[in-house]
Design a protein around this ligand. Structure first.
Ligand SMILES: [Zn+2]
Length: 244
């Protein structure tokens, strides 16, 4: 279900992982997965982590980041500890608080040998759906329906891409079918959104909202804005600060 990773990308991950390791550096010869077995334990672990992230389609910008809000992390850890298929989760809060990061951390923890998963930005999923003659459409639809743990990131962000009432109605019905079928089949869905209950209802109607009403909720209300922090780090570099 998860994304297949091509040889070219495997070589890229190998290079990234072994670049600073004297022992493994020269093993990057593009021989595919076999060479990984001979990496030192540190490089080996790093390689498989990056490989997993790529398979889950998690954007690379979320690698190596952590959530600092302890109460949010506690709730996320409780979710992970008590997880069972069909334990759906809605992560709410305004932009920049780390909702997507939290969803990717949970996705990484809960997937592996026995459970697959995928990460889709809702806006992209909707765009693919609209492009009905694209070869990739059916695949994406099938993945979204069948993957064990699906993160649908930033529900509501697709709205700007819709240019008519008809499209909005179409999106609503697709989304409603997807969420309902996942619910009925005990496939787990984690959704992030910055819409509040009123706007969720206004935009997606009763069908979607009645499914969402069955989800557990993590509300992110903290003060730490991760995007502002990235800008702050970059700006301090412009001023000659120490780079990381
Ligand atoms: Zn190494």
């Amino acid at each position: 279900m998860a994304k297949e990773i091509g040889e070219e990308y495997i070589v890229k991950i190998q290079k990234e992982v072994t670049d600073k390791c004297e022992r493994c550096k020269d093993m990057c010869v593009g021989d595919g997965i076999v060479v990984i077995d001979y990496f030192c334990p540190i490089c080996k672990a790093k390689f498989w982590e990056l490989y997993k992230i790529a398979r889950l389609r998690i954007p690379v910008g979320f690698i190596g980041k952590t959530i600092e809000d302890k109460s949010v992390m506690q709730r996320a850890n409780n979710y992970i500890a008590n997880f069972s298929p069909g334990f759906n989760l809605l992560i709410k809060g305004r932009s920049g608080l780390g909702k997507t990061l939290l969803a990717t951390l949970i996705l990484r923890q809960l997937t592996g040998e026995y459970r697959n998963g995928d990460f889709f930005a809702v806006a992209n999923y909707i765009n693919y759906r609209q492009n009905l003659y694209d070869d990739g459409v059916e695949d994406l639809e099938e993945i979204a329906s069948n993957t064990d743990l699906l993160v649908l990131d930033d529900l509501g962000s697709e709205h700007g891409a819709l240019d008519s009432e008809g499209q909005a109605a179409y999106v609503m019905s697709r989304l409603s079918l997807l969420l309902k079928s996942r619910f009925d089949n005990k496939k787990t869905t984690i959704i992030t959104t910055n819409l509040d209950a009123i706007n969720l209802k206004r935009r997606y109607g009763d069908a979607v909202c009645s499914v969402l009403a069955s989800y557990a909720v993590i509300n992110m209300t903290g003060e730490i804005n991760y995007r502002e922090r990235v800008a702050k780090d970059l700006n301090s570099k412009l001023e000659g600060g120490v780079s990381k």
